[in-house]
Design a protein around this ligand. Sequence first.
Ligand SMILES: [Zn+2]
Length: 690
Amino acid sequence: MSKSVFARTCIQVAISLALGVTASASFAAPTVSRLTPPSNPLSADATTLSRFLPGQRFDLQATVRPDPGTTITSFHFSVDGAPLSPAVGTTSMVTTGLVAGLPANTAVVTQRAYSNATPGIHTLTVTATQSDGLVATESGNFEVIGIDANGKNVKNIIFMLGDGMGAAHRTAARIMVKGYANGKAQGRLAMDTFPYTGMVMTSALDTIVTDSAPGMANYVNGNKGASSQEGVWPDDTTAAFDNPRIEYISEYLHRTKGTKLGIITTADVFDATPAANAVHTANRGNGTGIVDQYLDDSHLTGLTVLMGGGRKWFIAKNSTASAANPVNTGNGSVRSTGTDYILPSDIVAGWGVAPGVLDPNRDLITDFQKAGFTYASNKTEMESAGVPSKLLGLFSYSNMNVSFDKINGRRGTTSIVDDYGFPDQPMLDEMADKAIKVLAHNNQNGFFLMIEGASIDKQAHLMDSDRWIEETIEFDRAVKVAQDFAKLHRDTLVIVTADHECGGAAIIGASVGNTKTVADVGTYQAAKFPKYTIAADGYPDTTDVPGKMLIGYGANADRYETWLSNQEPSQDSQQPFVGQHPLNAFTCGANANPGTQCTSAANAGAVRNISTGYLVIGQVPGDQAVHTATDIPLSAFGRGASMFTGVMDNTDVFFKMSQAVLGGTQGDMDDAHGDMDDVHGDTDDRHGRN
Ligand SMILES: [Zn+2]
């Protein structure tokens, strides 16, 4: 394949002489300061340009800066030199609502929902004319990755994302739940048994260390997104929902094959990872619009199952408090106009999406039910729902309680889940089992199911080692559910990966002595092998065992450390209640785990263990550990699994999954494993991009 590259050029063509303009001003000329999709920089190869599937839809956009005293009067985009003729209503030129600092009359010009069916590198050119006749053009490039008819097609993809789950998180879960003896693991995690493993580079469009929004979106639309953005590229308008879009795999497969989408998470369902499978926004915090788009555009995504926390976004702002919504302030709703969405007409016309409306008083649960979704508010209702055609499960106000506390609740050991008001929350493996049953039922067209273990990341941020290790165990139990389905349904591909690493976590040894001071951290021979006792429910009886595994953090904030488990979780700022809620029995001050929402000066600054243990000085400002740019492991099982080896970019994973579904794969479980003659594993291959 040709790898010729069209360098970015900027040509000003003087159509007419502008009389009375000074020399310096006439040389200024209109310029294009942004061209989208992001193009390859000036380089000899084409390794970093935007890539798409044949026919995958995306928006074209440019920011054009006219000369002083002029305006932009017309524009068009061309591909490979041929002007495009967009459908009526699918272009726009916007000169208001732009970010500060742009020259007067700057125009953002857009053509929506473009696609290109021809594999190869293409030249994109924008041409804009200003009122004095001067013309600005700029060119960039993008690539269409072909699909090869090749072997057996994958029907279902189960994409499992352990948020923040790096190698250390996986190792720690294995050590805790399986145990080691004589230097060997006494068992393997389900994800350890996957036959193919690779490493993934996770960086975002604008930063080496990604957050979860592009960290997820990059996997499912094949393009690098910017920080906090989901399924869009950056633009020069201030509105969050008008950014240039990229079609998700859910939308592409639903449009071309009728594939169904499932999204399940232990987080609030508005959170970045779930939303970045179905929602397009430049601000991951716009929860009202995000959850509205789940339903409003379900005809485009094929959304069939949505489960997790996040009920606070679905409760009408003007509803009355009730036993079902027991919070101390209002009714628990956090819906607001400021986080809602309303779209410009060119997006609506181009993409066929709902226009959106600012409706904080929307009763979204009822609207889901009207659209055919069965609603479950707890584990019992989820299980008694049978196999409905569509399923919505909202098991808490915001992020669900973590497995450490859910399991202790089931054992009757602590009342944390009761204190939060949600004593009957399902585990992720129980949600996964239900989601797969609903998606697979009477489904000839296949499904894409994203399963997120969200609080591996959230608890790693808090440096609450015991909780994120148990979150990883819970996640792996869901992996087992997916793997068991794929063993029976051989046309299924299961991928286990992460969006990024969190915490710079490392297993630094095990405790010796009384486990109370830093001097008790044993390394090398002193560490020996931690021994946890696993109960019948699959989780350790206690995490405070002799020889307890100890975790250090390379991306840490200040924390107070005892090495012992925290009996109460840190307060979660995402919950709709604040401070000392009557249902939330935490106390500020002397408590071992003051949350960030506690307001007394005595506990300001540190998330946990203040006034107990000793202070570990971190390297990161604030009170939470952060993500890192370290590559993360990816493991694959089922049809097509052999494509997922080596070191991959996260966007490569999108093209490999798409090839497996659309074109098929030689890499079935019963084929020769990982041969280098596999067209999608070799070093020249465009899908592997080695
Ligand atoms: Zn995070």
